[in-house]
Design a protein around this ligand. Sequence first.
Ligand code: FEO
Length: 395
Amino acid sequence: MAKQITKKVTWVGKVDWELTTFHGDELSTKRGSSYNSYLIKDEKVALIDTVWLPYDKEFVAKLKKEIDLKDIDYIIMNHNEIDHSGALPELMREIPDTPIYCTKKGEAIIRGHYHEDWNFVNVKTGDTLPLGESTLTFIEAPMLHWPDTMFTYMSGDNILFSNDGFGQHFATESLYNDTVEQAALFYEAEKYYANILNTYSPMVTKKIQQILAMNLPLDMICPSHGVIWKENPAQIVEQYLKWADAYQENQITIAYDTMWQSTRKMAEAIADGIRDTDSSVTVKLFNVAHEDKNDVLTEIFQSRAVLIGSPTINYGFSFAIGGLLEMIRGLKFKNKKAAAFGSYGWSGEAVKQISSHLAESGFEVVNDGISKLWVPDCTMLDECRNFGREFAKNL
Ligand code: FEO
């Protein structure tokens, strides 16, 4: 059902309570998501973004209840990943000549996806589109998080339509940031940042500074996923600036895999040692093979140091640790210290290999790690505790 946001703006998106994964299986979405589309009715009518492909017919049918499609003067595509452009073909079948405003890269991406010669209008930062009492201003935001991304600012209502930026995979029927559970909202916003945007943090900082320098009055931020930031929208902007600046809390995350519990015992002994040295630090342990990988990555994002553990298997580390290390490499975490640990039976390569991966991924690896043969006994576990103590002292 459509929801009126201001006198001129109506939310015409889709709340997807069933979504459990996104980007294939790359990202878990345990709280669902939404695909936010916005209809602006001024003297001219503009539609901002569409919804994901499975909901294309539903989207167009609901849109028809809000407006005669022929009365839509402009379609604004802030970003053209399929979760936002998927309903475009269904819509364009009805209004094939309506101009689509997007960046040059946006046009290339739409053409590459749908192979249609629609009426594209390329826009750049600072270009404007008067709608009547209000005017749209376009702001290119490349790599937040695709090369085509742009934001659209609406004067009068003072709304920034930010697409993925400031979004969260968070299904809600209540639409606004002050009407949902705050801890869950901020967790999902952080998880979204850590898993999707962190790798582009330098661009995030630059773009936010550029927008702040424009001194635009801001009453609302309307992203393309999750809640609308209506109550104090500056709070999520400030939070993004913190997240983009090599974010860390006083936390150490120990992420491990274990075959016969030896590496788990090492993890727990190391955690004991860390707590002996620094009782103020939050230490969290995750068996990566059983945990949600994106939650573990979010914990790593907010940590000042990480320990990654794996038994040696087939002359290397485990499948679960391999997947985690590859995702860590891509997300380009900054300003974090690290070390490796693990049990082994004969060859014992895992610790060295994990250390190398972490160093290549930008972590400061503070020691050579610790390996223990077969099942660690009391002496070996004491050595792990000492390892934890020394690791904490080095932070
Ligand atoms: Fe929500 Fe990058 O698509």
